[in-house]
Design a protein around this ligand. Structure first.
Ligand SMILES: NC(=O)C1=CN([C@@H]2O[C@H](COP(=O)(O)OP(=O)(O)OC[C@H]3O[C@@H](n4cnc5c(N)ncnc54)[C@H](OP(=O)(O)O)[C@@H]3O)[C@@H](O)[C@H]2O)[C@@H](O)CC1
Ligand SMILES: Nc1ncnc2c1ncn2[C@@H]1O[C@H](COP(=O)(O)OP(=O)(O)O)[C@@H](O)[C@H]1O
Ligand SMILES: [K+]
Length: 551
């Protein structure tokens, strides 16, 4: 699991490293940062020897990193053109010291330093320099960026993007591309066509830990390949938990919690999953949720649909035990007693996909939520029907996982869609604080928040091929099945595992089909392959090692 920090958390980390108990000299961290960029980017640019490199250095410490980069590039045989956007006095002592060293190395042949002062001639020179170089280093702004890019930075960034679009110039961003908000992934110019956009980098070398804006869209589109270098930060600062923590899920996190099946297990061991959902228009949603659960290892699966929907479901998924409930084409309050009674034998209950938005169904839902005791997964129409019902839900929140996509989340929470998109981690945390549920905010990327710790877990996987009706229904069934999987320590852990497996299965489909036309059912069918891959990468526990090894 990788930490995902905000700019403020980075500042605190820097301060603690330099001026707190660790007392690392500031120039050392800057030195390590600059050196990290040169080392990590070397392969991406096919070696530095003989390259012409423009280094754009802003007036903060991001610019200071640029001075270090220039010195190391000279040692590796590149010619550097350093544009200094600050004045000597404006720099921090460490950046000034690195600039001084670089000035000592300046010459006409290999190391030109230009104190950039905008004029027609200067713009023209910069454009020509960019056009004739192979690499540009964006050390203009890092975590200190806020608002919208101002002149002259805005024009420089436009120029970099324009020249890079011709395909001859590689763009390497230092820490984060200029114009990307480190906290939210929002970018300069979003929603304002007149304002300058951010730098679009081929690669970003980021320092210490990941910044949230590198993973959240649209910032992620600007970052290219991201490499994180610890730059020698003390380990407790890199791995310690934060109050406002956010973390990126990795494969190793999931293989750690997905305990292998015990060899003497039986169907009862793997959970009795119930899916109570669907309506006559949307029988497919119920079937997709069922498939998601079965492919994720549900021991037994009960599917309960409205009576008139049942004929469309019976026999479609042979493994599911299907029955119609009530008499109509949607659930009503009168159906609740039967489900509540049955739930005594269920380990988990999922509701919502294709359920319809009838007022009757809202009454049904609330009855079932109030009178069952197993974990509940609520998705789609169940969430639409529960919009604004915070006071009703919160007391049951400890056993509820909600899985809205952004529009459902907006309806449910009452937050405007634009505000959610501006800072989805903050919106998700705020919601969980109030509603007390485990939240899976689906999208690109998906964010999971724990009601116990309020930590957010961001899943980087998945692809645009998954933007297809029914993909969320599969996830609903998966979340339910994983919630009762052996070894899951909390609903949040199960939700993280399900989301990660779902996206990894989507990525397998993407490898086969590309971005168009693979089906939600195919994603479900790829889940066992993902789980097998995880199991293969894990050393066998002692009891499962072969007793006899053939020679
Ligand atoms: N500290 C450390 O130990 C280490 C830090 N490291 C490095 O430091 C970086 C953070 O440095 P930082 O805090 O100096 O901020 P930085 O990103 O350079 O920008 C600040 C300048 O930007 C300006 N500015 C802001 N918005 C603007 C806009 N819209 N348009 C135009 N200008 C704008 C702002 O001006 P202001 O708005 O305040 O007038 C201010 O002058 C970090 O990303 C990493 O690379 C590494 O060396 C490792 C060790
Ligand atoms: N561009 C994308 N990148 C990654 N994941 C995506 C992308 N588009 C969709 N997904 C995933 O696909 C699923 C879509 O769910 P949802 O919108 O609820 O679909 P439906 O309601 O039609 O079943 C979510 O898990 C979402 O994270
Ligand atoms: K930068």
């Amino acid at each position: 699991m990788q930490k995902l920090n905000t700019a403020a958390q980075m500042r605190l980390m820097d301060q603690t490293a330099m001026h707190g108990q660790y007392a690392i000299a500031p120039a050392v961290l800057m030195e390590n940062a600059g050196h990290a960029v040169v080392t990590h980017a070397e392969t991406a640019v096919h070696g530095w020897q003989g390259k012409d490199v423009v280094i754009l250095c802003g007036k903060g410490n991001n610019g200071g990193d640029g001075f270090v980069i220039a010195r190391h590039l000279l040692n590796r045989g590149a010619r550097v053109y350093v544009y200094v956007l600050g004045t000597v006095e404006s720099y921090s002592p460490e950046a000034r010291a690195h600039l001084h060293t670089l000035q000592e190395l300046a010459d006409e042949e290999t190391c030109l330093i230009d104190y950039f002062a905008p004029s027609d001639k200067a713009w023209d020179r910069l454009y020509r320099r960019l056009s004739s170089s192979q690499v540009v280093i964006d050390a203009i702004l890092g975590t200190g960026f806020h608002g919208t890019l101002r002149m002259p930075v805005s024009r420089i960034v436009n120029m970099v993007n324009e020249v890079a679009a011709s395909g001859t110039l590689r763009v390497i961003a230092v820490d984060i591309p200029t114009g990307v908000n480190a906290d939210t992934g929002d970018v300069s110019g979003s929603g304002d066509e007149e304002a300058a956009g951010p730098v679009f980098a081929d690669m970003t070398v980021t320092f210490g830990v990941w910044k949230r804006g590198l993973l959240l869209y649209p910032g992620r589109t600007c970052s290219g390949v991201v490499v994180c270098d610890d730059i020698g930060m003390p380990r407790p600062l890199l791995t310690g938990r934060e109050d406002d923590g956010a973390y990126m899920l990795e494969e190793s996190d999931i293989s750690e919690v997905l305990a292998p099946r015990s060899p003497d297990s039986h169907k009862g061991t793997h959970g009795t999953v119930a899916i109570v959902t669907g309506s006559s228009d949307m029988a497919g949603a119920a079937l997709m949720a069922a498939r998601g659960a079965l492919r994720s290892g549900a021991g037994k699966l009960f599917l309960r649909v409205p009576a008139r929907t049942a004929p469309y479901c019976i026999g479609r998924q042979a493994e599911a035990m299907v029955r119609g409930v009530g008499t109509g084409d949607h659930f009503t309050a009168a159906d609740a007693a039967e489900i509540i009674e049955e739930s005594r034998n269920w380990s988990v209950l999922a509701m919502g996909p294709g359920m319809g938005k009838q007022e009757d169904t809202r009454m049904f839902l609330k009855e079932v939520i109030a009178h069952t005791s197993c974990p509940l997964v609520l998705d789609a129409d169940a969430l639409n029907l529960l919009a604004g019902e915070r006071d009703f839900i919160a007391p049951y929140g400890g056993r509820i996982i909600m899985t809205p996509h952004l529009a459902e989340f907006s309806r449910l929470s009452g937050l405007p869609l634009a505000d959610i998109k501006k800072d989805c981690i903050a919106a998700a945390k705020q919601f969980v604080r109030e509603w007390q549920v485990t939240l899976v905010l689906k999208g690109a990327p998906t964010v999971i928040v724990s009601p116990r710790t309020l930590h957010a877990y961001v899943n980087p996987g998945g692809n645009a091929g998954m933007a297809c009706g029914g993909m969320g229904d599969i996830l609903t069934g998966m979340v339910a099945a994983l919630a009762v999987h052996d070894g899951m320590t909390s609903l949040t852990t199960a939700a993280c595992a399900a989301v990660w497996l779902h996206s990894a299965a989507g990525d397998i489909c993407h490898d086969t089909y590309g971005s168009y036309g693979f089906l939600p059912m195919e994603v479900a069918d790829a889940v066992p392959r993902v789980i097998t891959r995880l199991e293969d990468s894990r050393p066998l526990p002692v009891l499962q090692r072969p007793l006899v090894t053939e020679a």
